[in-house]
Design a protein around this ligand. Structure first.
Ligand code: SAM
Length: 218
């Protein structure tokens, strides 16, 4: 099956499950392809992503961007994680139906999984779309990134102020914003904030569950 057929199958499987378990607000098949599949795939071709062998998708929800990326990049190993188990049931079913052997699904809050030594500072790239503001998201994601790897946030053009406000948090967590990739914005897609991990994240981060969103690092 070519990749286009796989993306269509992914759409069909997710939309069918979506009737029973709500994992995406996008129910129109064409809109699904544009906003969930094409938008997720905007990251392909970005060197910081292409050079990664291990990728974690934090707050994957119904599998975005993780599932389209896993179809596109069979040589990379993906971990798709979320705090809501029933959404991951749908993600696992879709991965099984598509025969994606490069996908592992983990049910956890970021704040807990990031303390686990098998996952902390173990990934070449951590990606995340539509999960939290940039400061909170950095506390969720940067602890998982290996020093020398990248945290890549899918953000909208409107997030510019929130991104500027997260500079100190990113520094405290061991990151450095290396660039913004805005090439997808013209087609109404997301842009990317590309953060390099330049030193280890201090052990006290992430703080206990709930705190990163309640009191983002200022
Ligand atoms: N990334 C998907 C997408 O773009 O379609 C889902 C976005 S959905 C709006 C946000 C997801 O982030 C939810 O599924 C939620 O459970 C997850 N999430 C929020 N905070 C989290 C945390 N602290 N740990 C793990 N997952 C979290």
């Amino acid at each position: 099956m070519d990749n286009q057929k796989k993306y269509e199958k992914l759409r069909d499987v997710i939309l069918e499950w979506n009737e029973k378990i709500n994992v995406t607000a996008i129910r129109d098949p064409e809109e699904f392809m544009a906003k969930n599949v094409k938008d997720s795939l905007l990251l392909t071709g970005t060197p910081e992503y292409e050079n990664a062998k291990t990728v974690l998708d934090m707050g994957t929800g119904g599998g975005f961007p993780g599932l389209p990326l896993a179809i596109n990049s069979p040589d990379k190993k993906f971990v798709l994680t979320d705090a809501i188990g029933k959404k991951l049931k749908v993600v696992q079913a879709a991965a099984d139906e598509l025969g994606l052997t490069n996908v592992e699904v983990i049910h956890s809050r970021a704040e807990d999984l990031a303390k686990n030594k098998d996952h902390r500072e173990k990934y070449d790239a951590v990606v995340s779309r539509a999960v939290a503001n940039m400061s909170t998201l950095s506390e969720y994601c940067l602890p998982f990134v290996k020093v020398g790897g990248y945290f890549i946030a899918y953000k909208t053009w409107e997030s510019k102020e929130e991104i500027a406000a997260a500079h100190n948090a990113i520094t405290v967590l061991g990151g450095d914003i290396v660039r913004m990739d805005t090439s997808g914005v013209e087609g109404n897609g997301h842009m990317f904030v590309i953060v390099k991990k330049i030193k280890p994240t201090p052990a006290k981060y992430p703080r206990k569950a709930g705190l990163p969103s309640k009191e983002p690092i200022a």
